[in-house]
Design a protein around this ligand. Structure first.
Ligand code: 5GP
Ligand code: MN
Length: 339
């Protein structure tokens, strides 16, 4: 695992800059982010892709593994025209850049292509990052991957414009929970200020990405929250709250899976519980388990023990069986990962 208490070393930054500068303008550059991409994955990747275009690179493609579906809130991001399905990714790019990916398991069918690339630069901020790739720009203290992406484009001599800034702002706003989480430092607000100064309208962006959803998604949220269970004795008495959502729930309300991405937020607001769990069905018998803690439990280490990963207070893994059994397993593990 990466140990980067002070962020990427100067040599790593220099190596990443040199890797880009070594390329001719017509070199094929492939950008990749994680499966089921969120605002940080897409925003950091597309902002960087636009930066490469500004530098004169003409062959830039961005992709992610799995079904080629861009969550509606991110479908209008600048640079989205550079997004292609994984099948259309460059076969043998001169350079691969990887965004917001903690480990190769999050790259699905693209893992082999990334591993085969002559140079792969990994920009990430997960505590559970496995250290894959040839050049690592990994900082677990960064609030978002876009913090690293912005630093790299700036080091490459790109001047921020409103399109690049919108991508990085969306990434920063989503991964900080609208500038609420612990990693929202002075430097984060200074970066936000630089991005807004390009002419962004934060109110419009927030409405689009946080405060706009279909009626069916709202009804679905109501049902999923309605079946939440509180277990005050769990985590050494710090409390656990959990609920689940099935593919049938999504189908009944005619909603795509991404509407479940932010459903953990109302669950984790429960005052009586430190730990919150949302179990989301991804296939028959297969579930994505989202974990959050307010500080009592290192859910990243818990998730790693189950084959997943994430951040200390926000992590996840894929599990099999029934939601209740998965939560029982999490409940038993909580005591092992108390902070
Ligand atoms: P979420 O619960 O919002 O899906 O994910 C929370 C955090 O945990 C994110 O940083 C995400 O990258 C990470 N995460 C979620 N599920 C997995 C997983 O199955 N594997 C890994 N390595 N990380 C995950
Ligand atoms: Mn992220």
């Amino acid at each position: 695992m990466i140990d980067q208490s002070t962020g990427p070393a100067a040599e790593q930054w220099d190596a990443a800059v040199a890797a880009v500068r070594a390329l001719g303008g017509d070199a094929e550059i492939q950008l990749v982010c994680h499966v089921s991409p969120d605002g940080d994955a897409l925003g950091s990747m597309l902002g960087f892709a636009l930066g490469l275009r500004r530098l004169g690179f003409t062959r830039v493609r961005a992709t992610f593994p799995g079904e080629f579906r861009v969550p509606t809130p991110y479908a209008q991001l600048p640079g989205v025209a550079m997004l292609v399905p994984e099948q259309a990714a460059y076969r043998a790019p001169a350079l691969v850049l990887v965004f917001d990916v903690a480990g190769e398991s999050r790259l699905g069918g693209l893992a082999a292509q990334v591993a085969a690339a002559p140079v792969s630069v990994v920009l990430d901020h997960h505590a559970s990052n496995t250290g894959f790739g040839t050049i690592q720009l990994v900082d677990p203290h960064a609030a978002a991957t876009s913090v690293l992406a912005e630093e790299l484009v700036t080091r490459l001599g790109v001047r921020l414009d409103a399109e690049i800034a919108e991508c990085f702002y969306v990434a920063l706003a989503t991964d900080t929970g609208s500038f609420k989480f612990d990693l929202t430092t002075v430097a984060v607000h200074e970066l936000a200020a630089r991005l807004i100064a390009t002419g962004l309208r934060p109110g419009d962006i927030s409405r689009r990405i946080f405060d706009s959803r279909p009626f069916g998604a709202m009804k679905l949220t109501g049902e999923v929250l309605g079946r939440a269970v509180l277990d005050p004795a769990a985590a050494g008495g710090r409390g656990l709250v959990w609920t689940y959502a099935t593919l049938a729930d999504l189908a009944r309300h005619e909603q795509p899976p991404y509407v479940l991405d932010t459903l953990i937020d109302p669950v984790r607001s429960v005052a009586e519980a430190d730990v919150s769990v949302l179990v989301k069905q991804v296939a028959e018998g297969e579930w994505a388990v989202s974990l959050r803690s307010k500080g009592a439990v290192d859910v990243s280490r818990l998730a790693i023990s189950q084959g997943g990963g994430g951040h200390r207070l926000a992590a996840g893994f894929t599990g099999h069986g029934e939601p209740g059994d998965l939560v029982d397993r999490v409940r038993r593990l909580l005591d092992d990962y108390l902070i």
